[in-house]
Structure formats: C-alpha cells, structure tokens
Design a binder for this molecule. Structure first.
Ligand code: ZN
Ligand code: ZN
Length: 353
C-alpha cells in the first residue's frame, strides 16, 4: 500500500530516494511488522534493511521490496546509500532521533538529506477497503470484549482488575496485543482524561470511564464508553447529556470538504455554551489506523479537510476535578455523503446494577 503516494512525493520533491523509519510507515509500505528497520524507497527497487533478528520475518512478510541484512545499524544504512551513489535523499523527519540523524549525516557527507514532514504524516490518512475492513475487525473484537467485561462492573471491583479482564478478553477474542493499555477510571478519577487504572475499588454512584481498543491485522480501534454504576444523579445526567449532544453535533458535521477545525468547533462550541469550555482541554478527535493516534488531528487549529476514506475519532469530554468526567468516543469513516459511524456500542447513558 502507498507505493504510488511515495512515488508522487519523490517526484514532487525531486528526490532519488527516501528513508522511512517509523514502524507504521514501514509496515504500511512493505507489510513488515517487526517494528525495527530502515526502508529505502527509490525509483527502482525498495530496500528494507533489518538486522539478523528480523531478516527471516522480513523475508516472510514483505511485498514489493527486497529485505537486506543490515550490519552496523544506521552506519550501515549510510554506507549503502553511498554505494548506490545517490545525491538527494529524503528522510522521514519525525521518525529519527537527532543522535541517529547525526550518525547518518556523517556517513553520507556527499548526499543532500531532505527532511520530509507533513507528507510522511499524511501518507496513511485515507484508508483502502482492506484497511477499513481490518479496522472494523478490531472494533468488533474490542466491543465484544467490553460487553463481556461489564459483568465485573460492581461495587468492590478494582479499576486495574477490570482493565486486565478487558485486555484478557480482547486478546482471547483475537486482538494482537492491545491498541493501547485500556483506561478504566472511576469516580473522581474519571476526571483524568488519560488515567492509568489503579487499585481504586468501584463504588455505588461512580462514573466509570472505559477507553479501549484492540488490534487486528495491525490496525487499531479506539472507543470510550462512560457508564454509571447504580443510579445516576441529576448532575451526572446533565453533564452526560451535554457531552452526548456535543458528540452528536460533531458527528453530524462530518462530510468530505469540511475542515476538521469546524468539526471540533461544533463539539467545543456546544460544551462552551453549556458553561464547561474550560473542562474540555483536549482535541475532538484524531486519525486511527496502524497507530492509534495518527494524522489527521480534529482540533481547534487543524488546517486539514475531511476526505472520503479518512477514519478518525469524535471524542468530546467534560472533566471536573474532584467530581469526575465523561467522555464519549466513536470512530467514523468519512463517506461520499457524510460519514459512517464504525463503532456500534450505543452511546445512550447506561446505568449498571
Ligand atoms: Zn480512546
Ligand atoms: Zn481516541
């Protein structure tokens, strides 16, 4: 996947080749899922340079490139570029540390190295039908597991037990690891948007926020459900309703051609009007694919425009320190006429027990 897009970048930037470092872009372009290696794409053959730990895996998994046994790490990459006599080579700027870049530069003094930024970030933004199917597969596994884990949502269950159970069921259900460590945050801790599960025990009347995702064919899912253990208070219902309306307003705006800043403004404007603007500190959404957070950003300053085939989240929230938080997160696919909500769990307020 992505071979044509890479060739366009090379052509536009007048490059003879480009080095790709990020595991996701390497996987996208070659199929290699080892997570460590250097990909040199060029006008002729593409070369995947890996060390001895990965050479067999690279031979088994890749398509459209030649696996190459690399010795001496980045210095070996530099030596190979010199051997090929390349003069102007791009590199994925976000995928390399300054320390490694300096070593690369020392080894290729005759070569002009051109940093590639946005174009590399955007490479995976529009999904193919295969990618969409794999993401749907990841969603199915995650949602089935979450529904099963609800049996444990009762007073006395620890957040970390619940997170572990959810992870276990996802893996049993076919998830390749997890997309990220599941978040289970209860009571006042639900006010921490990226809380780590703790030994806190669930209690009657708690908001319980779950943020979870699985991985299928390398592709991730990401969804947040906030439920209430026991009877909901008026204030919990009110806050939930504001977030729900903000979420729905953002969803309604999604269609090709709309700026992602407008989608963000739909959710943010609603929360601000309700007097909770200061309690919604993060962006409305992000792209999801081989990485759970990837381009594009659905945020206040996002200059990008929705395109058919993009998949991103819509996840407004309200977080009140000492009280708790509500986030509602779904994944959407931009379609020609608007969007398809890929996540299936109902976002009506759910009370348990
Ligand atoms: Zn999430
Ligand atoms: Zn998310």
């Amino acid at each position: 996947m992505g071979e044509r897009k890479i060739q366009e970048i090379l052509h536009r930037r007048k490059l003879e080749g480009s080095l790709i470092f990020s595991p996701e872009n390497i996987q996208y372009l070659t199929g290699f899922s080892g997570g460590e290696g250097y990909l040199l794409v060029g006008e002729g053959e593409n070369l995947l340079m890996v060390d001895a730990r990965y050479i067999i895996q690279a031979q088994e998994e890749t398509r459209g490139c030649r696996p190459f046994l690399l010795e001496k790490g980045i210095k070996g990459v530099a030596a190979h570029i010199s051997t090929l006599g390349l003069r102007r080579v791009g590199f994925e700027a976000a995928g390399i540390s300054v320390a490694l870049f300096e070593q690369l530069q020392e080894g290729v003094v005759e070569v002009e190295l051109v940093p590639l930024k946005e174009e590399m970030e955007r490479l995976r933004g529009v999904k193919t039908s295969d990618e969409i199917a794999w993401i749907k597969g990841a969603i199915d596994i995650a949602e089935g597991a979450w529904e099963k884990s609800l049996e444990m949502v009762k007073p006395g269950t620890r957040e970390d037990e619940l997170a572990l159970e959810l992870e276990y069921i996802m893996k049993r259900g076919g998830s390749e690891g997890v997309a990220f460590e599941p978040i289970v945050a209860s009571g006042p801790r639900s006010a921490l948007p990226h809380a780590h599960p703790t030994s806190r025990k669930l209690d009657e009347g708690d908001l319980v926020l779950f943020d979870f995702g699985s991985r299928y064919h390398g592709y991730t899912s990401d969804e947040t459900c906030t439920v209430i253990l026991g009877r909901a208070t008026q204030e919990q219902k009110r806050i939930y309703q504001i977030v729900r309306e903000a979420h729905d307003k953002a969803l309604e705006r999604v269609r090709p051609g709309i700026t992602l800043a407008e989608i963000d403004a739909a959710a943010r404007g609603h929360i601000s009007e309700a007097g909770h603007g200061e309690h919604f500190g993060h962006g409305t959404g992000h792209g999801v694919g081989l990485a759970v957070h990837e381009w594009p950003v659905v945020g206040r300053d996002s200059p990008d425009v929705a395109e058919e085939g993009m998949i991103f989240t819509i996840e407004p929230g309200i977080y009140i320190s000492g009280w708790g938080g509500v986030r509602i997160e779904d994944m959407v696919l931009v379609t020609s006429g608007g969007c398809e909500v890929l996540t299936k769990i109902s976002k009506d307020l759910m009370t348990i027990g």
